[in-house]
Ligand binder design. Structure first.
Ligand SMILES: *Cc1c(COP(=O)(O)O)cnc(C)c1O
Length: 388
C-alpha cells in the first residue's frame, strides 16, 4: 500500500482493528468499562503513558477509538474526537478554544448561530458576526485579539464560498486559529486542513452518516490543539456511543462513492434547472456562471450534493412547488441517500423576519435541495412536474 493511501482506501480501512476472531471491521464494544490485569496497568492508561480502553464516556473504548482514527484519516488530520452530535462538537470546540473571542464569518447553521449569539455570551464569551463580504471587519476584530475564526463554506442556503487559504493566512498573521464547518462539502469535496485551517468540524448526521439514521459529530485537527477539547467532551458528557460509532464507521466506508454520485446528480439537476423557464436562479458551485465557481475550482475537488433553486415567483409559489414534490421529501437536514427539499423561509430561516432574510440574501422563493442517490432523470422529472 502507498504511504498515504487514497481517500476511498482510507474510508474502508483506516482505523479498523482486527479482533481475536478475524472480523474484517472493528466490532462494537458494547461496554462502558474495561478491566485491567493490575493496578500498574490501570495507572498506565489513567496517567496517559499507554493507550488503552478505560471508560466509554472518556472516549476510551476501542469502537470509538477506531472510528476516530478513520475520521482523522478522512481529513488528513493528526487526531479526531467523535461526539454525540455536530452541535456537541462545536460546543466543545468553542468552550476549549473560544474564550478569547469568536468571530463567525458569513451564514451558519441555525444551532451554531444560536449558540454563538445567545448561550456563549451568557458565559462571558464574546462572539462577533461578520457579514461574508466584510473581510475588513474581520481584520479589525483580529487586531483586537479575537483568537478563533469560524465559518462554513459553502453556506446554507445561499451557497456562498469563502477562501479557506486566504482567511487562514490572515488569521494566522494575527495569532488566531481557524475552524471550518465542513459538513456541506464533506471531506470528499474539500480538505480544509490542507488549505491552512486549524480545525474541521462535522455534523456526521449529514453526509458522513449519509442515511438519515444517526446523529453524531466530529472535530479534527492537530493532537496539540485537540487535547484540551477532550476534557470538555469528557465532562460535558458528549461522547459518541459505541453503537453509533460503529454505524458511522459503516457509513464512512461508502462515503466517497456516495458523494461523487451526489455531486454528479446535483450538477445534472443544476443544469436542468438553470434552463427551466420557471426558475429565476440556480445557486450551485459547479455552474460556470455562479459567482463562487472559480473559488470552488480552486479549493474544492467536487461541487457537492447541495443546491438552491429560486422559483420565478413569490414565497407562496415556492411553497406550492415544494408541496407538489413527490420523490423529494419535504424535510430539513441533508446528506442522506434520499433527496430532500426545504424552503428556508419556512424551516431553517423561519425565525428571522422577512427583512432580515432579505438582508442576508435569502429569498422566500428559494428551495434548498439535498440530492440523494435516486436517478437524476427521476429527480429532474419530479421537479418539472412540481414546477408546472
Ligand atoms: C446539521 C448541521 C449542524 C448541527 O449538527 P447536528 O448533528 O444536528 O448537531 C452543524 N452545522 C451544519 C452545517 C449542519 O448542517
Amino acid at each position: 500500500m502507498n504511504d498515504t493511501p487514497g481517500l476511498s482506501t482510507r474510508c474502508v480501512h483506516a482505523g479498523e482493528i482486527d479482533d481475536a476472531h478475524g472480523s474484517p471491521f472493528t466490532p462494537i464494544y458494547h461496554t462502558t468499562t474495561f478491566r485491567f490485569a493490575s493496578t500498574a496497568d490501570l495507572l498506565d492508561v489513567v496517567e496517559g503513558r499507554k493507550a488503552g480502553s478505560l471508560y466509554t464516556r472518556y472516549g476510551l473504548n476501542p469502537t470509538i477509538a477506531s472510528l476516530e482514527s478513520k475520521l482523522a484519516a478522512l481529513e488528513g488530520a493528526e487526531a479526531a474526537w467523535a461526539f454525540c452530535s455536530g452541535m456537541a462538537a462545536e460546543s466543545a470546540l468553542f468552550l476549549a478554544h473560544g474564550r478569547e473571542g469568536i468571530v463567525c464569518l458569513g451564514e451558519a447553521y441555525g444551532g451554531t448561530l444560536e449558540l454563538l449569539a445567545d448561550q456563549l455570551p451568557q458565559l462571558g464569551i464574546q462572539t462577533h458576526f461578520v457579514p461574508g463580504q466584510e473581510l475588513g471587519q474581520l481584520e479589525a476584530l483580529l487586531r483586537q485579539g479575537v483568537k478563533l475564526v469560524f465559518f462554513e463554506t459553502p453556506t446554507n442556503p445561499t451557497i456562498d464560498l469563502y477562501d479557506i487559504a486566504a482567511i487562514s493566512a490572515l488569521a494566522h498573521r494575527h495569532g488566531a486559529r481557524v475552524a471550518i464547518d465542513n459538513t456541506f462539502a464533506s471531506p470528499v469535496n474539500q480538505q480544509p486542513l490542507g488549505l491552512g485551517a486549524d480545525f474541521v468540524v462535522h455534523s456526521c448526521t449529514k453526509f458522513l452518516g449519509g442515511h438519515s439514521d444517526l446523529t453524531a459529530g466530529a472535530l479534527m485537527g492537530s493532537r496539540e490543539l485537540l487535547a484540551p477539547v477532550c476534557n470538555w467532551r469528557k465532562n460535558l458528557g458528549s461522547t459518541i456511543a459505541p453503537e453509533i460509532a460503529a454505524l458511522l464507521a459503516r457509513s464512512i466506508r461508502t462515503l466517497p462513492i456516495r458523494v461523487r454520485q451526489q455531486n454528479a446528480t446535483a450538477l445534472a439537476i443544476a443544469e436542468a434547472m438553470a434552463r427551466h423557464p420557471k426558475i429565476r436562479r440556480v445557486l450551485y458551485p459547479g455552474l460556470p456562471d455562479f459567482p463562487g465557481h472559480e473559488l470552488a475550482k480552486k479549493q474544492m475537488s467536487g461541487y457537492g450534493g447541495m443546491l438552491t433553486i429560486e422559483v420565478a415567483g413569490s414565497g407562496a409559489d415556492a411553497t406550492r412547488v415544494a408541496d407538489r414534490l413527490k420523490l423529494f421529501a419535504l424535510a430539513p437536514s441533508l446528506g442522506g441517500v434520499e433527496s430532500l427539499a426545504t424552503q428556508p423561509c419556512t424551516t431553517t430561516h423561519h425565525g428571522l423576519s422577512a427583512a432580515e432574510r432579505a438582508r442576508r440574501g435569502i429569498s422566500d422563493a428559494m428551495l434548498r435541495l439535498s440530492i440523494g442517490l435516486e436517478d437524476a432523470d427521476d429527480l429532474i422529472a419530479d421537479l418539472e412536474q412540481a414546477l408546472v
